[in-house]
Design a protein around this ligand. Structure first.
Ligand code: UDX
Length: 440
């Protein structure tokens, strides 16, 4: 079993550290935030990630936390870099935290640096050159990108579709591969640049699929088709596959927006205009705003209208608000003069002008419309007689196609999904009177 130091106690670092400990390795996680390290030492898990607390709890013997670089590096055979790489104003990945880790390595370090953070292609070569310039020949380098999604991160680590290892020296690659013994998955060995590109390309491809199905959904709305049937019908083609074909109001999160922008900028900085990726990103920006048009179609001008946003996190099973479509939606609604209420079972964001409510029912009380922004399973129970009566207008705009339209309509709601057929009952009676052209 190996001794592994992990730099960064965020989502990626903690999941990586906990899972390596679970595989039997000795792990020390280093972070620069005293409060975070303190809490972790006390057995608290500072992020919301289902299952992570159990893995950490059952491996307390094998995992420790420190603020001290020396303590982390001492005796470690692997130095995993799992720090954040947020976008700069230029859209490139900000590698300052990565460089801090590399620069802080002591002169007598003897270990393999393993890059887990998502970095631009070419970063490994630059780090290698910096290590060489410092005479740190005993320090190896490998790229081992992560493909874990929030909410399922532990499972994604332990049962991955593949493990990617890029290295300059075969022996470093072999050693990093061996760390994963016990995980049953194909291993892709590559050069460092290609390993870095695999991560960026995978995320770019996933967002392309989502933006594609979102555009199909938008066309479905115009021509009277149902995107759920379409997604099923195309997903069964083995060449296409069923995943990431859920139409909605856009992709967000800690990775997709930043990584797609980083790849776009990486290409641009290298002299290539990545047209397709540009379009994929733009489609996503527009997708988040489409709900406004739907609401206006039903309610007219939104000034003074009360809109409930149900689900605020960028997806269910996380409290993460990074690049959540709810942020764009809330600020657009406020800009239009609407009164916005929000509910989420876990996320507690401080959104200016948004009143947070304890229950969906409270959020929709007196509301002119409820928008399902995040498909939390709790919301399956939301459409009820009580909820309908509590609303000023019983209109549900389902941004995630969570609910069954027939059931919701039978309860007396007007319902509009995403990329689904709109029926005559979906127009509120008083609005149908005012704007007869909107009824079918
Ligand atoms: C993603 C990748 O899945 C993961 O491999 C990578 O390491 C990090 O980024 P994550 O951001 O946690 O993981 O969430 P994911 O479940 O992939 O969803 C991302 C966004 O896409 C969410 O906003 C989600 O609502 C949206 N999405 C996903 C869709 O709109 N439709 C889909 O079909 C799938």
């Amino acid at each position: 079993m190996a001794r592994i130091a992990i730099f960064g106690a965020g989502y990626v670092g903690l999941v990586t550290g906990a899972c390596f400990a679970d595989l039997g390795h000795e792990v020390v996680v280093r972070d620069i935030l005293p409060e975070r390290i303190e809490r972790l030492r006390d057995g608290e898990v500072p992020i919301y990630e289902p299952g992570l607390d159990d893995v950490l709890a059952r491996n307390r013997e094998r995992i420790s936390f420190t603020l001290d670089v020396r303590e982390a590096v001492e005796g470690a055979e692997f130095l995993y870099v799992a720090v954040g790489t947020p976008p700069t104003y230029a859209g490139d990945a900000d590698l300052s935290a990565v460089w801090t880790v590399i620069d802080e390595l002591p002169d007598d370090a003897r270990a393999t640096v393993v890059m887990k953070s998502t970095v631009p292609v070419g970063t490994g070569e630059k780090v290698r050159a910096a290590l060489d310039a410092r005479g740190l020949d005993a320090v190896g380098y490998a790229s081992n990108p992560e493909f874990t999604a929030e909410g399922t991160a532990v499972r994604d680590f332990m049962e991955p579709d593949r493990i990617v290892v890029g290295a300059f020296d075969e022996s470093d690659g072999d050693a990093v591969e061996a760390l994963h013994a016990g995980i049953d998955a194909p291993v892709v060995r590559a050069d460092v640049n290609s390993a870095e590109m695999i991560k960026l390309a995978a995320n770019a491809f996933l967002v392309t699929r989502i933006s594609f199905i979102n555009e199909i959904a938008n066309v479905c709305e115009l021509v009277g088709a149902d995107v759920l049937h379409v997604a099923k019908g195309i997903g069964l083609d083995h060449r296409l596959g069923p995943h990431f074909l859920r139409a909605g109001l856009g992709w967000g999160g800690s990775c997709f927006p930043k990584d797609s922008l980083a790849l776009k900028q990486l290409a641009a900085n290298s002299g290539y205009h990545f047209q397709l990726l540009n379009a994929v990103i733009e489609v996503n920006e527009l997708q988040k705003r489409r709900v406004l048009n739907k609401l206006e179609r039903h309610l007219g001008k939104l000034r003074g209208k009360r809109i409930a946003l149900l689900g605020l996190a960028f997806k269910p099973n996380t409290d993460d608000m990074r690049e959540a479509p709810s942020l764009v939606l809330a600020s657009r609604l406020i800009a239009e003069g609407a009164e916005v209420r929000g509910w989420d079972p876990v996320a507690r964001p401080e959104l200016q002008g948004v009143e947070l409510c304890a229950t969906p029912l409270e959020a929709v009380s007196g509301a002119d419309a409820a928008v399902i922004v995040t498909e939390w399973p709790q919301l399956l129970e939301f459409p009820s007689e009580e909820a309908r009566q509590a609303m000023r207008h019983p209109l549900i705009v389902d941004g995630r196609n969570l609910l069954d339209p027939a059931t919701v309509r039978a309860l007396g709601f007007a319902y509009e999904g995403t990329g689904r057929r709109i029926s005559a009952t979906d127009v509120l009676p008083e609005i149908a009177e005012r704007e007869p052209e909107t009824s079918e």
